[in-house]
Design a protein around this ligand. Structure first.
Ligand SMILES: [Zn+2]
Ligand SMILES: [Zn+2]
Length: 377
């Protein structure tokens, strides 16, 4: 277990409150710094650079890397694809192929063991702890091989470092050192933390309009800050949908940009989800939720039964033999406890993941029984 997500004796509410402060306070501090330093270390040119490059780099991530390249939410001409992809490079969130491969893996394993950044492994891990381990960046050959043939993606990949450096150079040329500070560095801080908040906050806090096999949430604050990406439960329910905001009050600037690109003839094959599909998903979701709850309960009972059976068997063994088996027995029980904890922590699970755990419990039971039978005189 990594991260700082588990404290003995602390209530869920206290923990969540602390974690909201943990993520929001540095952001508030940056805003406060802007207000306090007005006309001192920051001027209107700096603020202009900060806003322009913040919007361009976030749109590069949301419209370019995410909705266009990763999920194929719309088609576009080469110049438009190039523009948004290169804006995404300016955000300094890694080369496009690594970003996309990691995100595809996130969708495939959301909030399960192989998710690169699930906050269930600790809020800090889900927010930014995961970026410190290279293992969490996935192999594009496995997760997005088609993009290795895509000229726009490969051009951005090969020239990656030029684009953030160009954005810093423009900030310096226009606004001097303070322009570089606000339009370059403060902007990078804001862009990365806002994107990471989609992984951490939007898998922890907010509402769930649709049943999904993960913990994804719709969060209005991240919806505003991340230009529409905060409607993350909608996104996990319908990953290819080019519009993450699906209600009139779910503000989605990236979706508005895509809609206007379409009006201008610069985007086509834009993926939309109609009302009927949404309703069908909701209905299917209710049945799925009940089935998953039943499977989880069944697995819980099976673990209790396995524990009971092994405890009974060990009681019947002569004390000398018990000593020899103690370590292996404790290891099996610990694994059972870990599986029970993971069941309790995950409200929404994939059927396959539950079945995999069921098989593991049965296999461990069989091995333990065989081991005990071997030492019975
Ligand atoms: Zn997610
Ligand atoms: Zn996605």
């Amino acid at each position: 277990m990594s991260g700082i997500g588990h404290y003995d004796g602390m209530t869920d509410r206290t923990y969540k409150t602390i974690m909201v402060g943990y993520v929001i306070i540095p952001l508030v501090a940056v805003v406060t710094a802007i207000v306090l330093l007005w006309n001192n270390v920051i001027n209107s040119t700096d603020l202009f650079l900060l806003i322009v490059f913040q919007v361009l780099s976030v749109l590069g991530i949301t419209v370019g890397f995410h909705r266009m390249l990763t999920h194929d939410g719309f088609k576009s001409s080469t110049p438009t694809r190039l523009f948004f992809t290169l804006c995404g490079c300016m955000a300094l969130e890694g080369k496009p192929l690594a970003w996309i491969a990691t995100h595809v893996k996130h969708h495939a394993h959301s909030d399960h063991e192989d998710d690169p950044h699930s906050p269930l492994e600790g809020f800090w891990h889900g927010h930014m702890g995961w970026v410190f381990s290279q293992e969490n960046f996935e192999d594009p050959k496995v997760y997005c091989p088609h993009l290795l043939e895509d000229k726009v993606t490969m051009f951005a990949e090969k020239t990656y470092f030029f684009w953030p450096l160009l954005s810093f150079a423009i900030c310096y040329a226009v606004g001097g050192w303070t322009g570089l500070l606000w339009g370059g560095l403060v902007r990078s801080f804001l862009t990365t933390h806002i994107t990471w908040s989609v992984n951490s906050i939007c898998h922890t806090f907010g509402s769930r309009g649709f049943e999904t096999t993960d913990e994804s949430r719709n969060n209005w604050l991240i919806g505003l800050l991340a230009l529409g990406e905060g409607w993350h439960n909608n996104h996990h329910a319908f990953p290819r949908n080019a519009f993450h905001g699906m209600r009139w009050y779910q503000f989605d600037l990236s979706g508005i940009v895509i809609r206007n690109l379409e009006r201008l003839g610069l985007a086509w094959d834009v993926q939309r989800i109609g009302k009927e599909t949404q309703e069908a998903h909701k209905l299917k979701g209710l049945t799925m939720h009940q089935n998953i709850a039943d499977l989880k309960a069944e697995l819980g009972e099976f673990i209790d039964h396995a524990r009971h059976e092994l405890d009974l068997m060990i009681l019947k063994l002569p004390p000398k033999k018990v000593a020899a088996l103690r370590l292996a027995h404790e290891k099996t029980m610990k694994r059972y406890t870990d599986i029970q904890l993971s069941l309790a922590r995950r409200r929404n699970m994939k059927r396959k993941a539950i079945e995999k755990r069921h098989e593991e419990v049965a296999k461990l039971l069989e091995i333990a029984k065989r081991r005990m039978k071997m030492v019975i005189p």
